[in-house]
Design a protein around this ligand. Structure first.
Ligand SMILES: *[C@@H]1O[C@H](CO)[C@@H](O)[C@H](O)[C@H]1NC(C)=O
Ligand SMILES: *[C@@H]1O[C@H](CO)[C@@H](O)[C@H](O)[C@H]1NC(C)=O
Ligand SMILES: *[C@@H]1O[C@H](CO)[C@@H](O)[C@H](O)[C@H]1NC(C)=O
Ligand SMILES: *[C@@H]1O[C@H](CO)[C@@H](O)[C@H](O)[C@H]1NC(C)=O
Length: 469
């Protein structure tokens, strides 16, 4: 066959294919947002999940937003999907959970998080679990217990850092942070099992020995067994001790304040480990990464933290207090900017339970609604120069963007209950890092969205001791 003929055939096939997708598009119900349904069955899922660099929204979203606008239709995870990057539509959907939309997790995911998990529960059950977690994370405990814990953890992490050494910032951030939800010497093995567990969220759910999904379920079992052993050990030890001596971690708190069965405690603990500690350590890695390329922000942070250190010295205080935290104004801008640009929780899914009309669009019953927070945070009409790390943008309009277009922890009923704790941990970490150390990347690395935020090389940094105070 001549090359020209071959080329013609390919073009003909392409045209046929394009027509096919166009027909599918036209057949879709009226007033569905514009879009492309892609290939039969898998739709556009593969291109949606293709890894891309953090601090961007990825090729798929870029292409679809420029072609179809801020709301568009697609075919993702096996269902007709409405993708929205419009804060108003996002809030409408979140607000109507339980009425027009329900929380949506695939079957495969249920097996991983456990039946008592907060992310599966809805209605009153969810409300109850949430208030349990909020009880643990109360503002009083934040100001006292957690502030001291975070302080202690940060000091401990950095105690082994020496001038000139190369470390994996990702490992350092993961190491000690976990000890806050379950304080146990066997914890060292946990990060490894945990890494494997977490891959379940981004792999194909095929339960056959050897697959990632299978390994994840095995890791879940291992982690659960460890939780159970720890619980039994504590019940045994309790006989000889007073109330006050009981460990002040999440496990201890659940055992003391609830009468939940073992399995329920395990699911909640695992959820806190995932939603809380894992994401916080990713956020701390991002802080280290973004600040490395922004020396002026590091300067300004150093100024702020040294000021706090000096005034504490003058007053003869040593322990970090809530008042100190309140003084960390620029630090809070840096944290917001890191959360905005790093977008650790990029999107969430809901399922429409009725045909719903909102303004000019129809969302059909049974369709998946994908709320893309990441794309809102990178919208040039809301944030000037959105791909730039610019903490000062938060100084010029503090809180202005907070209400509707800044949702790093989600919004509504399912706002992350650990949001304040995460911010506190990040700030306290910076408080110890910035006055004592400078750092640079030991080898090129950058965060990739898989859709978890990951550093392919573990973010190796070379630290230098600073003698400023
Ligand atoms: C997206 O949808 C919402 C709700 O229907 C609407 O208010 C908004 O204008 C839409 N945005 C665009 C860019 O079409
Ligand atoms: C939505 O669809 C589900 C199943 O697809 C059906 O059971 C339910 O009755 C529908 N709801 C409405 C309000 O049409
Ligand atoms: C797909 O839609 C069906 C109902 O039509 C729903 O039960 C299922 O949870 C949806 N799956 C996903 C992954 O959204
Ligand atoms: C950071 O974002 C939160 C909303 O998540 C907002 O309440 C706060 O005011 C922002 N901080 C600054 C310094 O703008």
């Amino acid at each position: 066959m001549e090359p020209a003929t071959l080329l013609l055939m390919i073009i003909a096939l392409l045209i046929a294919f394009l027509n096919f997708t166009r027909v599918r598009k036209l057949r879709s119900p009226k007033k569905l947002p514009p879009g492309n349904l892609g290939l039969p069955l898998i739709g556009e899922t593969l291109s949606f999940l293709k890894p891309y660099s953090a601090a961007t929204i990825g090729e798929f979203m870029e292409h679809h937003i420029s072609r179809f606008g801020k709301n568009f239709s697609s075919h993702l995870f096996g269902n007709l999907s409405i993708v929205s990057t419009d804060p108003e539509l996002i809030w409408f959907v979140l607000k109507n959970e339980g009425k027009l939309f329900r929380n949506d997790l695939s079957f495969a995911f249920k097996k991983v998080v456990g039946k008592y998990s907060m992310s599966l529960a809805s209605g009153d059950v969810h409300k109850h679990l949430r208030s349990t977690v909020l009880g643990f994370l109360s503002i009083e405990r934040l100001r006292t217990v957690f502030l001291q814990d975070a302080d202690h953890v940060a000091v401990q992490i950095m105690s082994s850092w020496k001038d000139g050494i190369v470390i994996s910032a990702k490992d350092e951030a993961t190491k000690k942070i976990m000890s806050m939800s379950i304080d146990n010497p066997h914890i060292e093995k946990l990060p490894r099992e945990y890494d494997s567990f977490i891959k379940a969220f981004v792999c194909f759910p095929l339960y056959i020995p050897g697959t990632k999904y299978w390994k994840a379920i095995q890791s879940r079992k291992y982690i659960n067994d460890m939780f159970k052993k720890e619980m039994e050990a504590r019940i045994e030890a309790k006989g000889g001790r007073n109330e006050g001596e009981i460990e002040d971690d999440f496990l201890g708190w659940l055992m003391k304040n609830t009468d939940y069965p073992q399995e329920k405690i395990c699911d909640l603990l695992l959820g806190v480990l995932f939603a809380g500690h894992d994401t916080t350590s990713r956020a701390i890695s991002l802080l280290i990464y973004f600040l490395e390329s922004c020396p002026t922000a590091v300067e300004q942070l150093r100024e702020e933290h040294l000021q706090i250190v000096r005034s504490k010295k003058q007053n003869g205080e040593y322990r970090l207090t809530w008042d100190d935290y309140k003084k960390m104004e620029f630090t809070k801008c840096v944290i917001n900017e890191t959360l905005r640009l790093g977008n650790i929780a990029r999107f969430t899914l809901r399922c429409a339970t009725k045909d719903t009309e909102f303004k000019d669009h129809v969302i059909p019953n049974g369709s998946t609604v994908l709320l893309h927070f990441g794309a809102v945070h990178m919208d040039p009409s809301l944030y000037e120069d959105p791909t730039q790390f610019n903490p000062w943008r938060w100084l010029s309009s503090p809180g202005m963007k907070a209400t509707d277009s800044f949702m790093p922890f989600g919004k509504g009923l399912r706002t992350c209950p650990g949001a304040d704790l995460a911010r506190l941990e990040m700030a306290v970490f910076l408080h110890h890092l910035i006055p004592k150390f400078d750092w640079e990347l030991a080898e090129p690395d950058h965060p990739i969205i898989t859709p978890l935020v990951e550093f392919p090389r573990g973010l190796l940094i070379k630290v230098r001791a600073v003698s400023a105070c």
